[in-house]
Design a binder for this molecule. Structure first.
Ligand code: GYE
Length: 308
């Protein structure tokens, strides 16, 4: 038939989708796994991926996005470093007729028609899980309980939400107080440095608990705790978020007490989303992967299963 003839003679398969992805940085094991997941999933699903690393600079994200607009990509995905300041650039994308997908973190914009959907974890719930673990762990311990907090990047969704979720739970105990809190940019180096300053106080002011907003900062902090002659996991209870292999190794070794899971493997869902957008389907405004918490008892068996 006519149809068979024309389809057989078309040498090129249908034009592949081009996806421009503005990745916010390469600050942590989570982030590297997230980038690899997006790259692998694009290759597997035949999507042409153009990826730019913004090295934790929103200005660099704007530059990358403007270059994607100029290239007339089909879909733009953004992992936003901070929540604020996205209105204008999202409007530029919209006016160019390109659908935008927000990955991992959120944007704080009034007009939510500026993006199609957000794919990422419930970061508030992660803070809640960390808080619940601590309340349970300290149920027989009289106060006051001093908590140090290593925040992530200032103004980023995971730092804001994990902090708020955690506080909402520990508020139940008035004798649990966050006595020290500072941003450490989600990196191991900064975690090490800032923890050093947290410990550089008279012994009776030292924290008994550390809540680190990610694994990398916790791993750096563990070194500083040991350097100060204290035992991480015993003298100072350490809780972090993500679930990297290195963190689970420290969990199994007893130097970390609990690790809240945050799943970086969002690539397949992003590719699926890009395809559905191009096929004209309607998508939910938010897509959230299921997540858990790892404790010392389960750490050893989990290590081999970790993908990052
Ligand atoms: O927890 C941290 C990374 O945005 C959820 O960013 C992500 C966070 C993740 O640097 O390790």
């Amino acid at each position: 038939s006519e149809w068979l003839k024309s389809s057989a003679s078309s040498v090129n398969p249908e034009k592949p989708i081009t996806l421009g992805f503005s990745q916010l940085g390469s600050e942590s094991a989570w982030r590297l796994a997230n980038t690899a997941s997006v790259q692998d999933a694009a290759a597997e699903s035949g999507i042409h991926l153009i990826i730019e690393n913004a090295e934790q600079s929103q200005t660099k994200q704007f530059e990358a996005i403007r270059s994607f607009i100029q290239m007339k990509v089909d879909v733009i995905a953004i992992a936003p470093v901070v929540e604020s300041g996205w209105e204008d650039i999202l409007l530029e994308i919209k006016q160019a007729g390109i659908p935008a997908v927000i990955l991992d973190r959120s944007v704080n914009v009034k007009d939510t028609s500026l993006f199609v959907t957000t794919i990422g974890s419930n970061l508030y719930e992660e803070g809640v899980k960390a808080g619940k673990y601590l309340i349970d762990r300290m149920r027989n311990q009289p106060g006051p309980i001093r908590i140090a907090e290593l925040q992530g990047t200032k103004g980023s969704t995971p730092s804001i939400q994990r902090g708020e979720g955690f506080r909402s739970i520990i508020a139940a105990r008035e004798d649990m107080v966050i006595t020290q809190s500072a941003p450490a940019d989600f990196t191991e180096e900064m975690g090490r440095e800032v923890m050093r300053t947290f410990l550089d106080v008279p012994a009776k002011e030292r924290p008994q608990v550390l809540f680190a907003h990610n694994d990398d900062m916790a791993l750096g902090a563990i070194e500083s705790i040991e350097e100060a002659g204290l035992r991480p996991g015993i003298d100072i209870i350490v809780i972090s978020v993500d679930g990297s292999r290195k963190a689970l190794q420290q969990l199994a070794a007893g130097k970390l007490n609990a690790v809240v899971e945050c799943n970086p493997l969002l690539g397949p869902q992003l590719m699926q989303t890009a395809k559905e957008i191009m096929a004209g389907r309607t998508l939910p405004k938010r897509m959230v992967p299921p997540e858990d918490i790892f404790t010392q008892e389960r750490a050893a068996e989990e290590i081999s299963k970790r993908k990052f």
